[in-house]
Unconditional design. Structure first.
Length: 318
């Protein structure tokens, strides 16, 4: 059975009181001042950072390799109070691979899926477990706007006039002309989440196979795989840290109940298989005995018929 893995995607938006600078400071364990609102986000004492780097598409100014420069540029370019600032990913990495191999894996994923499409990507690899890479995962922030070689952010979309069958603009009752929004990139396509998850799973399996490991992952849910189990929930950094210290958490308790349920269901299914196998064996034995009994009776009947014919012939000859 292939395992599922944690792969969450969210949007960092001012409308949800989030900041790209704050998120970047958190994942990189740095201290960064947000020039949009003047707030300083200081995470330089945070532990667990294994690696961080920024990936730029071709022709993007090298200045954007600096995290402070990059995300303050994003913040200052967006004027709206509900502006969407970045796309945020949290992805569990295979703990069976070394840090070097996980770096290669996630770099290849970022290059193929984000940078090659024109996005800037900010990567940080974390491991909150001080005892080894038991909770190794990647944080990735990607930009939402295209950027040109001068470092100027470009529009995400444009409006175009809707035309009638004669190619004429359609005038509304308000006096304005009917328009529609046209996306200038495919970065917001609804099917991207599935493509990104599938791409990551494929890369994981290639790296696992290359290292002669039996484990495989599947981007599909248990239900889509036909697995009748309840998946556990993602603990997150805070709950994981408490659980490692022996402190029970709500999320940890939920996962323990899920594991108990799955274990019980598995045990019941195995017992049902045993009983079904025993019944099949019993029915097979009974059928064999019955067939043997029928054959014996048939043979007895045939022998009686032969004896009757012999007796009739003997009497006739007399």
């Amino acid at each position: 059975m292939a395992e599922t893995f944690h792969f969450s995607i969210s949007i960092i938006s001012r409308g949800k009181s989030k900041s790209a600078v704050a998120s970047a400071a958190y994942i990189s364990c740095e201290k960064i001042r947000n020039e949009w609102d003047g707030e300083v986000h200081d995470y330089h004492n945070k532990k667990g950072l294994l690696h961080s780097e920024i990936f730029l598409p071709e022709n993007v100014p090298i200045a954007f390799k600096d995290r402070t420069t990059l995300w303050n540029s994003v913040e200052l370019n967006e004027k709206a109070s509900n502006a969407q600032l970045a796309r945020n990913f949290i992805i569990a990495l295979p703990k069976e691979l070394s840090l070097k191999e996980n770096k290669e894996l996630i770099r290849e994923f970022i290059q193929d899926n984000f940078v090659s499409k024109g996005m800037i990507a900010d990567l940080a690899i974390h491991d909150e477990n001080n005892e080894g890479n038991k909770n190794i995962h990647a944080h990735i922030m990607t930009t939402l706007r295209p950027i040109n070689e001068k470092g100027q952010w470009q529009p995400k979309s444009k409006k175009e006039y809707v035309l009638d069958k004669n190619g004429e603009k359609i005038k509304l009752k308000s006096g304005n002309y009917k328009t529609r929004k046209v996306e200038l990139t495919d970065w917001n396509d609804k099917g991207n989440a599935e493509k990104w998850r599938e791409s990551f799973a494929s890369l994981c399996n290639r790296y696992l196979e290359k290292n002669n490991l039996e484990k495989r992952v599947d981007h599909r849910s248990f239900e889509r795989q036909g697995i009748e189990e309840i998946p556990t929930i993602h603990l997150g950094a805070s709950a994981s840290a408490l659980e490692r210290k022996g402190i029970e958490t709500d999320k940890g308790n939920i996962n323990r109940e899920i594991k108990k349920h799955n274990s019980l269901v598995k045990a019941i299914k195995n017992k049902i298989k045993e009983i079904t196998s025993w019944i099949d064996s019993l029915l097979g034995n009974l059928q064999a005995k019955y067939d043997e009994y029928k054959q014996t009776k048939k043979d007895e009947l045939e022998n009686k018929e032969k004896d009757g014919v012999k007796h009739f012939v003997f009497v006739a000859e007399k």
